[in-house]
Design a protein around this ligand. Structure first.
Ligand SMILES: [Zn+2]
Length: 68
């Protein structure tokens, strides 16, 4: 059954730029599993580069809470 055309959200895959629809697409916002995996791999690479020792500081802060 064809619904309102405006309901079918057409967008471009952020990986390859191919126009795709949101509906019935398990790999959104990508056009395919391949593009999704490629983007995930790139994201992981960036994450490793950005990673800095910020979290240990949060733990120290919690330990410094004075107990009365
Ligand atoms: Zn794609």
């Amino acid at each position: 059954m064809i619904k309102d055309l405006t309901d079918a959200k057409i967008f471009k895959c952020p990986r390859c730029g191919k126009p795709i629809s949101f509906e019935g697409n398990p790999y959104r916002p990508f056009c395919s599993k391949k593009c999704k995996m490629m983007d995930l791999a790139a994201w992981f690479r960036e994450e490793y580069q950005i990673s800095s020792p910020m979290e240990p500081e949060d733990e120290l802060f919690e330990l410094e809470v004075p107990k009365d």
